[in-house]
Ligand binder design. Structure first.
Ligand code: SF4
Length: 63
């Protein structure tokens, strides 16, 4: 699974970066998926998605 952030929904709270800093980084107050393959544990990205107050993170099938 690949995490995807919708920048139109992201409010820049930083939760996802705190949970999984190797995958998510705040850039200009928006979360950016800097390395979707950095997280081997899908639970980590699931936790980030579940803890996103804006529901801006979705997990998509990787190609
Ligand atoms: S948890 Fe959601 S709203 Fe907060 S920075 Fe990450 S993507 Fe944006």
């Amino acid at each position: 699974m690949i995490p995807v952030v919708n920048p139109d929904l992201c409010i820049g709270c930083g939760n996802c970066e705190e949970i999984c800093p190797s995958v998510f980084q705040l850039i200009d107050e928006k979360s950016v998926v800097v390395d979707p393959g950095a997280c081997d544990f899908s639970e980590c990205c699931e936790a980030a998605a579940e803890n996103c107050p804006a529901e801006a993170i979705t997990l998509e099938e990787d190609a």
